[in-house]
Design a protein around this ligand. Structure first.
Ligand SMILES: Nc1ncnc2c1ncn2[C@@H]1O[C@H](COP(=O)(O)OP(=O)(O)OP(=O)(O)O)[C@@H](O)[C@H]1O
Length: 446
């Protein structure tokens, strides 16, 4: 067991940035090894969740590689020996995917993604009420809800809040929280392991509430679309609850089977818009209170007036200010807030499609002509995809406009975004390239 873990650590060290490795992987210790399973212990619940969410699959693959056979990985919390026995939300939640595949380690609901931590504003009151109503099983409520918004506006928060609420109120309900990509991976594995019947059974018969994130991922995945479509039909016929989340309307997701599109459209579509100034202030005040921070009102107001793009950015501005103050041993004041905001926002001004292309060309050493050409050489495709991704992240342009500026259809642009998102999740070279280029853009070095 020790030997396997030592090998795993050296494999992970190559794939995870140094600081993340030291923070999350180093403290893990192996504590049990049984037939088909290795148990690893984390120092606390937070680190366990973080490891599962971010490195679960990577660890799983490395363990199987080091052991020379497929092994399940189970993470437990070291400081709480009863952790295994005491039922928690995570225990009651279906841990997915959980079949005998190389990909184990499920998605847990984030503790803070609850209804009472969600600040409702005009931008989100319809989505909030629809989600709460579905979770509370109010009469006349539709069984399916489709949460739609740009990134960082609370889709995951609301869908997980439904999961929490149902687990608390109806503890026997089986809640299943996955992304569309998880669904596809698990399905592919079950084909490989001839366990498709178990996979079907699990989603069609053993799931009462399905929380399915990022459905746009399914674009072009024909086999998965068909299976999901049949699964959704079974769930709908059985009156089960389904929440989808996506940054695109079903009608805007290219290469989607008509049957699946129509099933997705059966959900009540609720759009979350960007919050207005007052709501942003309330979100920050709530975060200050729940985090126990001490932040003057004028700093809160300043952050709310400057960080307008999305709530994730807004909260990270606040965390940035408090973290820097604590590192510097200084008070949180407007000067510090201005410096933090400058890094996040001010530098975003002036970032255009052209400046992104120029930066990408420079660092990948390709020409602008190549970047927008039809070339499918990997040396060109990668920079092109990264440039499209950065364009989506750092400009307000639509997929169509971005696609057009690279001489591509918006379906190709969507595919490029997904490839880069996948690369980022895998913590591989793409993640490093994007992090590096993002930093250049944010520092105005473009
Ligand atoms: N109305 C809100 N009140 C409090 N916190 C919020 C609100 N909306 C979003 N947040 C917070 O913003 C962060 C991002 O939210 P979330 O992950 O749900 O966004 P998302 O729409 O799912 O983004 P993505 O499409 O990138 O996955 C989370 O920390 C979440 O708690």
């Amino acid at each position: 067991m020790e030997q396997i873990w030592t090998t795993v650590k050296s494999l992970l060290k190559e794939k995870i940035p140094g600081h993340s490795y030291r923070m999350w992987i180093e403290p893990i210790t192996p504590c049990q090894y049984e037939e088909g399973e290795i148990v690893l212990s984390c120092p606390n619940l937070f680190s366990k969740k973080r490891v599962v969410d971010h490195y679960g699959r990577l660890i799983e693959n490395a363990v199987s590689h080091a052991a020379g056979k497929t092994l399940k990985v189970r993470l437990v919390v070291r400081s709480d020996p009863k952790e295994d026995r005491r039922p928690t939300f995570a225990d009651r939640q279906m841990k997915l995917p959980e079949m005998d595949t190389a990909y184990t380690g499920g998605r847990f609901l984030r503790k803070d993604f609850t209804f009472d931590q969600f600040v409702v504003g005009k931008n989100s009151d319809f989505a909030y009420s629809a989600a709460l109503s579905l979770a509370a099983r109010n009469r006349g409520t539709q069984n399916a809800l489709y949460l739609l918004s740009k990134t960082g506006l609370g889709k995951s928060h609301l869908s997980q809040a439904v999961g929490h609420h149902i687990l608390q109120t109806f503890p026997d309900e089986r809640v299943c929280y996955i992304t569309a990509e998880d669904f596809m991976n698990e399905m592919t594995d079950s084909y490989r392991n001839s366990s498709l019947h178990r996979f079907k059974e699990k989603y069609r018969r053993n799931c009462d509430v399905l929380l399915l994130e990022d459905v746009q991922f399914l674009s072009g995945k024909n086999g998965t679309q068909q299976e999901l479509s049949n699964t959704l039909e079974s769930l709908m016929n059985a009156n089960k609850k389904i929440i989808y989340s996506s940054s695109y309307l079903p009608s805007d997701i290219p290469k989607l089977d008509e049957k699946l599109r129509s099933r997705l459209c059966c959900g009540l579509i609720s759009k979350i818009e960007s919050p207005d100034y007052k709501t942003r202030v309330r979100i920050l005040e709530r975060t200050v209170r729940s985090g126990g921070y001490s932040v003057p009102d004028q700093v809160v107001q300043y952050l709310a007036s400057e960080l307008t793009d999305d709530v994730r950015q807004l909260k990270s501005g606040l965390i940035g200010v408090t973290a820097q103050a604590s590192l510097l041993g200084s008070e949180v004041d407007l000067d510090l807030a201005r410096r933090v905001v400058k890094n996040i926002v001010a530098s975003r001004e002036g970032i255009t499609l052209d400046s992104i292309k120029r930066l990408v060309c420079k660092y990948y050493n390709v020409t602008l002509t190549d970047l927008v050409s039809r070339s499918r050489r990997q040396a060109i495709v990668r920079p092109r995809q990264v440039a499209m991704y950065l364009s989506r992240e750092y400009t307000e342009h639509s997929l169509q406009t971005i696609g057009k500026s690279f001489n591509r259809y918006h379906a190709t642009t969507l595919h490029a975004l997904k490839m880069v998102e996948k690369g980022i999740k895998e913590n591989g070279p793409v993640q490093k390239h994007v992090a590096f280029l993002s930093e250049r853009l944010e520092k105005g070095k473009h």
